[in-house]
Design a protein around this ligand. Structure first.
Ligand SMILES: Nc1ncnc2c1ncn2[C@@H]1O[C@H](COP(=O)(O)OP(=O)(O)OP(=O)(O)O)[C@@H](O)[C@H]1O
Length: 304
């Protein structure tokens, strides 16, 4: 299933939560929404699953079979993990999941088989008859994920699926998301865990204050955000920090050890020109450009 969001705006009383956002996600793709608290991710997600309506702009769905023609989103087409998780705390895992399955219109036998399958995969079979409130936060989160995936949705929308999970379970959820993607599902998620997102998302949409500040593949986002680049240089004899700071195009210098330094330079500075400037200070032993990770780029962008 393809989802196409065009120029969507959402205002609350005093704030424009989503400001002219456009994006597209297709089947077999993981799209990650990133942004600081209040960036507008949940507001956007709620519109995508039809819980609220945009003030302007449009959201259309296209089935894989009929790409050209917009389709009505059916409840059974999507699985939504909301930010405010809402399972019944006094009921057992099994009761909660059976109830969700019935809401999704699953026949009893299919529901039972799917529930067994997912409980086993999430290592929760033994706890099936315990009330929700007895589970840890991470295990409750896993049950919420099962509730989202129980009916094999084509469009999976997850608001912060990694929150509350330990690293082992985060990895496990990554594996599950990858499987969904391989099965042709469209996966949209919001997250704060850059390192995880960097590993699995096909498309990134970075938001800040309701707006998209960069979007595309990791390489495209890097390009859009990268106003500076950094590198490490090692000399065969001492140089001083002020000498390095005085070089044209160098904006930041940090000493790594006795003879080596990390430099941040403007994007316009060509590596060969910098190397030439450095060699005039002292013989250069090592000169290695560093790639900033998504986390560093993101911080730079939202703090700008
Ligand atoms: N129901 C609402 N009524 C009024 N303002 C709202 C409502 N929901 C969200 N907002 C405001 O809209 C803006 C975007 O909030 P939203 O929850 O969409 O951001 P977010 O990126 O999901 O943040 P977080 O990472 O903290 O979940 C914020 O300024 C928030 O206070």
């Amino acid at each position: 299933m393809q989802i196409k969001v065009e120029q969507v705006v959402k205002d609350y009383a005093t704030v424009r939560a989503v400001d002219a956002v456009s994006l597209t996600a297709v089947g077999g793709e993981i799209l990650a929404l990133l942004g600081p608290n209040g960036a507008g991710k949940s507001s956007l997600v709620r519109m995508m699953v039809g819980l609220t309506r945009p003030d302007s702009g449009s959201i259309h769905y296209f089935s894989d079979a009929n790409r050209g023609q917009a389709a009505q989103l059916q409840t059974s087409d999507f699985g939504y993990l909301p930010e405010d998780r809402g399972l019944y705390q006094d009921r057992t895992l099994l009761d909660n999941l059976r109830y969700i399955a019935s809401l999704r219109g699953l026949p009893k036998a299919t529901a039972a088989a799917n529930i067994d399958h997912w409980l086993a995969r999430f290592s929760l079979t033994e706890r099936a008859k315990e009330p929700m409130r007895q589970l840890s936060k991470g295990n409750q989160q896993k049950v919420q994920l099962i509730a989202t995936l129980l009916h094999h949705p084509k469009l999976v929308v997850l608001d912060e699926p990694f929150s509350g999970l330990d690293p082992v379970n985060q990895e496990f959820v990554l594996t599950v998301l990858d499987e969904l993607k391989r099965q042709g599902c469209t996966v949209i998620l919001s997250a704060h865990q850059m390192a995880l997102v960097e590993r699995m998302a096909d498309k990134l949409v970075l938001m800040n204050k309701g707006r998209v500040i960069a979007q595309g593949s990791l390489a495209e986002v890097r390009k859009q955000l990268q106003q500076q680049h950094s590198l490490e240089v090692a000399f065969t004899q001492p140089v001083t920090i002020p000498q390095l700071q005085a070089l044209v195009g160098v904006t930041q210098v940090t000493q790594v050890d006795e003879y080596s330094y990390r430099l941040v330079c403007t994007e316009q500075l060509v590596a060969a020109d910098l190397l030439q400037q450095l060699q005039q200070l002292a013989p250069v032993k090592q000169f290695s450009p560093q790639q900033q990770n998504l986390h560093e780029l993101y911080l730079q962008a939202v703090q700008a």
